[in-house]
Design a protein around this ligand. Structure first.
Ligand code: ATP
Length: 241
């Protein structure tokens, strides 16, 4: 039998209390680059966390390269990494090297091996001089890059990006895109901003927890047109039930 490839989402649903937040959805994301676009509150972060195996599906299953990301956590941390919108939610150690070593230790590597891989990764990114830097003293863009380096040190086959460029200026964004393009992982990029997905050809539109459309770049035009129509309304006034 051929090994399973890509991301398979089957009957995935998630609710918070009585309130359905996502799904049920079924998808096959072959990669290498998948874009998911949706409005605020459409369920993007929930989907990102489910894909990375950080929260338990209410119903259904997610398999990435055949690994059930919730059931098999050990295999999952070798298969999928996630970058959050806010690096402050990811960085917990006082120095760059310690931050990078942590995930590798979680993968079961020895101290010496984890340290060596972290140092090698810093060399690959041209950032060896960062190893003893204080993480608190990094700029927002530098914190994003540290998170990317820390996750790439773990050599995931897939990287889930949850609005990774929100709040970054144009040069910082361009530099991060360059690093991402060269990182070698397959990517699921989840965002509210269609401009982030101009180079993506497998696109999905997430709307109120459901997949509203699937397609190529034309999907971004439809999404933008709908967003402009929504902008003419006052749906911010509606509170979630
Ligand atoms: N802890 C929570 N309690 C209640 N409702 C929640 C909670 N977390 C998320 N939700 C609701 O679930 C829905 C999906 O949230 P999610 O954060 O996944 O959306 P999103 O598309 O990432 O939003 P944004 O773009 O604003 O970050 C939203 O309607 C949100 O209000």
């Amino acid at each position: 039998m051929q090994p399973e490839t890509g991301i398979r989402v089957e009957g995935l649903a998630y609710a918070i209390g009585p309130r359905p937040v996502l799904g049920p959805i079924s998808l096959h994301l072959p990669g290498p680059r998948v874009g998911i676009v949706g409005r605020n509150g459409s369920g993007k972060s929930t989907l990102a966390r489910l894909l990375a195996g950080l929260i338990q599906p209410g119903e259904g299953q997610i398999r990435i390269e055949g690994v059930d990301t919730w059931q098999d956590r050990r295999a999952a941390i070798a298969t999928v990494g996630i970058l959050f919108q806010n690096p402050e939610h990811q960085i917990i150690f006082p120095t760059v090297l310690e931050e990078m070593v942590f995930g590798l230790r979680q993968q079961g590597r020895s101290k010496a091996e984890a340290r060596q891989i972290a140092l090698d990764t810093l060399v690959t990114f041209g950032k060896s001089h960062w190893q003893d830097a204080n993480t608190d003293a990094l700029s927002q863009g530098q914190k994003h890059l540290l998170c990317l380096m820390a996750v790439m040190a773990m050599r995931p086959r897939w990287l889930i990006l949850d609005e990774p460029f929100a709040g970054l200026d144009i040069p910082t964004r361009m530099q991060l895109v360059r690093h991402l393009d060269g990182c070698g992982a397959r990517i699921v990029h989840i965002t509210h901003d269609p401009r982030d997905l101009q180079d993506y050809d497998q696109l999905f539109w997430l709307d109120r927890g459901q997949i509203r459309a699937t397609g190529g770049l034309e999907l971004l035009e439809d999404f933008t047109a709908q967003m402009i129509r929504d902008g003419g309304q006052d749906d911010l006034a509606q509170l979630a039930g």
